[in-house]
Ligand binder design. Structure first.
Ligand SMILES: Cc1ncc(C[n+]2csc(CCOP(=O)(O)OP(=O)(O)O)c2C)c(N)n1
Ligand SMILES: CC(=O)[C@@H](O)[C@H](O)COP(=O)(O)O
Ligand SMILES: [Mg+2]
Length: 636
C-alpha cells in the first residue's frame, strides 16, 4: 500500500475543498499511487484513470459534488473519482462479485449521478440534469467529462446540437483529449482536435501558465467582450464548438493544477452559454509501463507494480477472438471482396491482426456503431463482403441500422458478435445478453452460435458464403475449449443442427458454448440412470425444424439451453413446437436462459452459477421435467 498522508485525510471531496494548489498537487500524486496499487491487485482499466488524476482532483475541488453533478463518459476512468468519493476502502474490490463496479453506477454512490460504460452518453445525460435543474429553479452546476475517442460517436453531437436550446443555465463539457481511444484515435474530429492542440496557442498557453489563469476574467459574462477577445485570442479555432453555441476554452494542460483549477473555476461560473473546456492529458500519466505501452495499459490483469508485468493466465486454447481474426485472414487471402469493419475495437475484436494483413481492407470507424452498420450495408450493396465485428453489447447501439439498412434490404452484411453472453468483470453493461432475441427476430437473418472454436471457424465460412441476406455469428469472451481447427473449415448447411450424444428420455438442445456443460449434465444424468440426448442447435435462425421436431417426438422432455436473455432461442423453439402441435401430446419443455435481471460483475463461473446455466442446473432441470424428485438431484 502506498504512503498517502494527505489522501488519508480525504474521505470525501469536501475534505479537500480548502486545500491550496500545492496540497492539491500532492493529493493528486497520492491518488495516482493508490490507483496504481489498487489496480495491480484487481486488474481493470488503468491508463484512462491515470490520465485524469489531476482533472478529477480539480473537478471535485471546484465543483461542490454531489450537489453539483459530475458525469464521466464511459466511466472506465473513474477509479480516482471513486477513491475520492468515499469508496477508497472498497477500491480493491473493483470488478469483483459483490465489489465496486468498474464503471460509474447510480446505485453505488450519490457521487455517481449517472451510470455509464457505453461511450458518448455523458453530454446527453448532463444536459438532462441541467434541464431538470432549470425546470426546478435549481442552482447546482453540471459537468460532463468526455474523452476524445468518445467524441467520435454521433450521440455526442446530438447532445451538443441540442445544448444551447435545452438548457438556459450553466453546463460544462470537459473534453479530455489524450489523443487515444483504446487504439490511437481515428477520424476527422481527432485530426481537428490535434490541430487545436498543435496550434501556437497551446504551446503558448503552456508558457503563460498561471498568469493566464489569473487574468482570465471571472466570469466571462461580466467582461464578455474582453473575455471573448481574450479567449478567442488563445485558441487556434475552437470554432466548431462555438458554432454549436459553446464557449470554447482551451486547449489547456490537464496535468497542470496551477492552470486547471482557476480555469475550471472561471469556466464553471459561465451561465449564459454551455462551455466546452478542452483539456489535454496523457493516458497512463505517471506510470512508466503505461506511458510506454502502445495502448497506455487501457485494460490490464493483475500486475507487478515495479515491473508492470501482467500475470496473464495460461491457456491451452486460443481465444475465440484470436480464432476469428485468424480465420478471417485465411478467407480474405482467398477472396478480395472481404473487408472488415470495427468500431474502435481493433484489438478487442481481433481485427488488429486483420488490419496488419490487409490495412486497406480494414476500417476502424471510431466509436460509431450506427455508422459502422450502415457503412457495411453500403459496402454490401455494392458487391463487397463486409464483416462487421462489433461486440454483442455495442451492436445494440446500431440495431435500427441492422433492421432498417441491412435486414429490410436483405443486404449480405456479416456480423461477428464477440463477447456474446456473460463477460465477467465488466458486468451488466457489457454482457452480450440480447443479441439472440434482437437478431433472431429479423426476417431473413441467419443467426449462428458457435459451441467451440472449430464451430466458429465453420460459421465464419458459412457466413461468408451467404450473399443474399444478412448473417451473424455469436461467440463468447475468453478462450476456446481446445479442439482442433481445420486448416480450412467447411461451411455448414444452413439451418442444420447436429446430434452430439444419443439418448432416450430427455433431449438437451443447446445453442452455443453451453454445449460443454450440457454434455457434462448428460454424463451426470447417465450416472443416475437417466438417458439424455444432447444436440447442438448451431442455428438460432433458421431453426433445424426437422431435428427439433424429432427430438420432441422421441423424448419425454426437451430442455433448451442458451447463454442469452429470455425471448431468444428457447422462445423460438417453443414457438415452433406450438405451431407444429408438438406440445399437444404432453411433451415437457424447460427453457434455460439468462435470468431476467442485469447481472453484476462476477468471476465467469460464478456468473453462470448465478444464471443457473452450469451442468448441475441443466441436469436438475431435466430431472424436474421428468418428474424425478429434487432430493435425488444430481451434482454434475
Ligand atoms: C458504444 C461503445 N463502443 C465501444 C466502447 C469500448 N470502449 C471503451 S473505452 C473506449 C475508448 C474511449 O476513448 P476515450 O473516450 O478517448 O477515453 P480514454 O480511454 O482515452 O480516456 C472504447 C472504444 C464503449 N465503451 N462503448
Ligand atoms: C471500457 C470498455 O468498454 C472496454 O475497454 C471493454 O471493457 C473491453 O472489454 P474486453 O476486455 O472484453 O475487451
Ligand atoms: Mg482518449
Amino acid at each position: 500500500m502506498p504512503d498517502t498522508p494527505l489522501l488519508d485525510q480525504v474521505k470525501f471531496p469536501a475534505d479537500m475543498r480548502g486545500f491550496d494548489i500545492p496540497r492539491l498537487k500532492q493529493l493528486a500524486e497520492e491518488v495516482r499511487a493508490e490507483t496504481i496499487d489498487a489496480v495491480s491487485v484487481t486488474g481493470g482499466h488503468l491508463g484512462a484513470g491515470l490520465g485524469v488524476v489531476e482533472l478529477t482532483v480539480a473537478l471535485h475541488h471546484v465543483f461542490e459534488t454531489p450537489k453539483d453533478i459530475l458525469i464521466w463518459d464511459v466511466g472506465h476512468q473513474c477509479y480516482p473519482h471513486k477513491i475520492l468519493t468515499g469508496r477508497r476502502d472498497r477500491i480493491r474490490t473493483l470488478r469483483q462479485g459483490g465489489g465496486l463496479s468498474g464503471f460509474t453506477k447510480r446505485s453505488e454512490s450519490e457521487y455517481d449521478p449517472f451510470g455509464a460504460a457505453h461511450a458518448s452518453t455523458s453530454i446527453s445525460a448532463a444536459l438532462g440534469f441541467a434541464a431538470a435543474r432549470d425546470q426546478k429553479g435549481g442552482t447546482n452546476r453540471v459537468v460532463a467529462v468526455i474523452g476524445d475517442g468518445s467524441m467520435s460517436a454521433g450521440m455526442a453531437y446530438e447532445a451538443m446540437n441540442n445544448a444551447v436550446e435545452a438548457t438556459r443555465g450553466q453546463l460544462m463539457v470537459v473534453l479530455n483529449d489524450n489523443d487515444m481511444s483504446i487504439a490511437p484515435p481515428v477520424g476527422g474530429m481527432s485530426a481537428y482536435l490535434a490541430g487545436l492542440v498543435s496550434g501556437g496557442t497551446y504551446r503558448g498557453m503552456r508558457k503563460i501558465g498561471k498568469k493566464f489563469a489569473e487574468h482570465l476574467p471571472r466570469p466571462f459574462k461580466q467582461a464578455a467582450k474582453k473575455a471573448e477577445e481574450y479567449a478567442r485570442g488563445m485558441v487556434t479555432g475552437g470554432t466548431f464548438f462555438e458554432e454549436l453555441g459553446f464557449y470554447y476554452v482551451g486547449p489547456i494542460d490537464g496535468h497542470d493544477m496551477d492552470n486547471l483549477v482557476p480555469i475550471l473555476r472561471n469556466a464553471a461560473a459561465i451561465t449564459d452559454r454551455p462551455v466546452l473546456v478542452h483539456v489535454v492529458t496523457q493516458k497512463g500519466k505517471g506510470y512508466a509501463p503505461a506511458e510506454s505501452s502502445a495502448d497506455k495499459l487501457h485494460a490490464v490483469v493483475k500486475f507487478d507494480v515495479v515491473s508492470g508485468k501482467q500475470s496473464k493466465p495460461a491457456s491451452n486454447a486460443p481465444s475465440y477472438t484470436k480464432v476469428f481474426g485468424t480465420e478471417l485472414i485465411k478467407r480474405a487471402q482467398r477472396d478480395p471482396s472481404i473487408v472488415a469493419i470495427t468500431a474502435a475495437m481493433p484489438s478487442g475484436t481481433g481485427l488488429d491482426l486483420f488490419g496488419q494483413a490487409f490495412p486497406d481492407r480494414t476500417y476502424d470507424v471510431g466509436i460509431a456503431e450506427q455508422h459502422a452498420v450502415t457503412f457495411a450495408a453500403g459496402l454490401a450493396a455494392d458487391g463487397m463482403k463486409p464483416v462487421c465485428a462489433i461486440y454483442s453489447t455495442f451492436l445494440q447501439r446500431g440495431y435500427d441500422q441492422v433492421v432498417h439498412d441491412v435486414a429490410i434490404q436483405s443486404l449480405p452484411v456479416r456480423f461477428a458478435m464477440d463477447r456474446a453472453g456473460l463477460v465477467g468483470a465488466d458486468g451488466s453493461t457489457h454482457a452480450g445478453s440480447f443479441d439472440i432475441g434482437y437478431m433472431g427476430a429479423l426476417p431473413g437473418m441467419v443467426l449462428m452460435a458457435a459451441s467451440d472454436e472449430a464451430e466458429l471457424a465453420a460459421m465464419i465460412a458459412t457466413s461468408l458464403e451467404i450473399d443474399d441476406r444478412p448473417s451473424a455469428f455469436r461467440y463468447p469472451r475468453g478462450d476456446g475449449v481446445g479442439v482442433d481447427i481445420p486448416e480450412l473449415a467447411a461451411p455448414l448447411e444452413i439451418g442444420k443442427g447436429r446430434i452430439v450424444r444419443e439418448g432416450t428420455a430427455v433431449a438437451i438442445l443447446s445453442l452455443g458454448t453451453r454445449l460443454q456443460e450440457s454434455l457434462k449434465a448428460a454424463e451426470a444424468l447417465a450416472a443416475r440412470g437417466v438417458s439424455a440426448t444432447v444436440a447442438d442447435a448451431r442455428f438460432a435462425k433458421p431453426l433445424d425444424e426437422a431435428m427439433i421436431l424429432r427430438l420432441a417426438r422421441e423424448h419425454e422432455a426437451l430442455i433448451t439451453v442458451e447463454e442469452g436473455a429470455m425471448g431468444g432461442f428457447g422462445a423460438f423453439v417453443l414457438q415452433l413446437l406450438a405451431e407444429k402441435g408438438a406440445l399437444d401430446a404432453g411433451l415437457r419443455v424447460r427453457t434455460l436462459h439468462l435470468p431476467d435481471v442485469f447481472q453484476d460483475q462476477e468471476a465467469p463461473f460464478a456468473q453462470y452459477e448465478t444464471a443457473g446455466l452450469n451442468a448441475s442446473h441443466i441436469a436438475a432441470a431435466a430431472l424436474q421435467a421428468l418428474g424425478v424428485e429434487a432430493s435425488r438431484a444430481v451434482r454434475a
